[in-house]
Design a protein around this ligand. Structure first.
Ligand code: HEC
Ligand code: HEC
Ligand code: HEC
Ligand code: HEC
Length: 253
């Protein structure tokens, strides 16, 4: 028993050092973060997962999605140098983030509890004064919902975007954008079935908060640090931006 404990201690020391050097996987979870419905409403008795997922009878979208609102039309980011521009409206899972972050009223499809029970506590409309309110005009947001293809950029703007890395489990393949000095499976790409290369909000963000980095702090479930919650990696000294736009910081990656 003692040996096991010592091993655990040694391992956690090694992991501890690694976390200081580079963002790493922390003990993850949505509990007590700004995405916990009990923080959003201040009501302790609510079910955190139900705010976004339902085990049955949700919208039918990946992953067992449970929030809905009427159809929305977004104004997209465009520019002369945005080579991967698709003209597509936000796809899943970006559209799932936006169901709250667009500031339009949304409610649950299947409220927790028996039958047609409903619960207004889970209905939500983001306050327009919140800095997390992106609205439906996405021209001032980083582009999303396009197919990631580094070769479309290279010869012209030469951002130095990295090649994708496959992760194969059984018969499934998932594609990732590697981080420059950290894990190769850093930024996931989306899309149906095998071979999806869609770049979405969740390529940069972890909605369940799985990464530890300096400057991220919570007080009473609200983030107050120098960095925001839910990033896939620390963005201190713009590290995250430089992971993809490798030639835009100092070209040393
Ligand atoms: C604020 C909304 C939100 C809450 C709350 C939330 N999720 Fe999610 N979840 C998402 C979104 C959006 C995705 C898809 C994007 C992605 O890949 O991260 C997702 C993906 C998932 C996935 C599939 C991908 C993966 O990470 O394995 C699982 C499983 C999951 N959630 C489980 C849960 C459970 C269990 C809870 C409660 C403890 C929970 N989620 C709470 C929004 C939420
Ligand atoms: C159920 C509604 C809901 C969904 C779905 C949702 N969010 Fe949020 N999100 C919130 C709320 C509420 C806050 C806190 C707003 C505030 O305090 O200003 C928040 C805050 C954030 C923040 C700021 C964190 C901080 O440091 O304060 C980020 C980043 C974020 N969300 C990203 C996402 C992404 C990306 C997705 C989809 C993968 C997503 N959210 C889906 C409701 C949601
Ligand atoms: C290319 C990476 C990237 C993509 C794609 C991305 N974000 Fe972010 N997001 C960031 C970074 C980095 C920050 C932190 C900015 C800061 O510290 O001010 C951030 C901050 C936020 C915040 C906090 C408010 C703010 O303005 O700082 C919210 C909310 C948010 N993102 C939601 C989203 C949603 C919803 C999407 C998809 C529509 C999305 N993000 C797409 C990188 C990204
Ligand atoms: C996970 C990879 C990734 C991350 C992280 C990332 N970007 Fe991007 N960014 C892209 C891709 C891919 C494009 C599309 C480029 C194209 O088609 O020309 C893009 C587009 C842009 C554009 C628009 C370029 C144009 O030609 O109009 C700007 C500006 C930009 N990113 C800045 C940032 C900043 C600032 C950060 C950090 C907050 C960041 N990006 C983080 C991959 C990323």
């Amino acid at each position: 028993m003692k040996k096991v404990l010592l091993l655990v201690l040694a391992l956690s020391l090694v992991l501890g050092v690694a976390t200081v050097l580079r963002a790493g996987i922390d003990s993850p979870g949505v509990k007590d973060t700004p995405h916990d419905v009990r923080i959003i409403t201040g009501e302790e008795g609510l079910e955190p997962c139900a705010m976004c997922h339902s085990p049955h009878s949700g919208t039918g979208e990946y992953p067992l999605w449970n929030r809905d609102q009427g159809p929305q039309t977004y104004t997209l980011y465009e520019s002369v140098s945005y080579d991967m521009y698709s003209g597509n409206q936000p796809a899943s899972p970006s559209s799932l983030c936006l169901v709250c972050h667009n500031g339009v009223f949304s409610s649950l499809v299947n409220y927790p509890g028996p039958g047609s029970h409903s619960g207004e506590e889970y209905d939500y409309e983001m306050n327009p004064t919140f800095w997390a309110m992106l609205g439906t005009d996405l021209t001032n947001e980083h582009p999303i919902s396009f197919t990631y293809n580094p070769y479309m950029d290279n010869t012209q703007d030469n951002n130095g975007f990295p090649d994708v890395v496959p992760c194969t489990t059984g018969t499934r393949v998932r594609w990732w954008i590697p981080s420059a000095g950290g894990p190769s499976l850093a930024y996931p790409l989306y899309g149906n079935d095998n071979g999806g290369h869609q770049f979405e909000c969740s390529t940069c963000h972890a909605v369940h908060d799985t990464v530890r980095y300096n400057g991220k702090q919570l007080v009473g479930g609200k983030s107050v640090g120098t960095q925001v919650y839910f990033l896939r990696n620390s963005n201190a000294v713009s590290e995250m931006c430089a992971d993809c736009h490798r030639n835009r910081y100092d070209g040393s990656w």
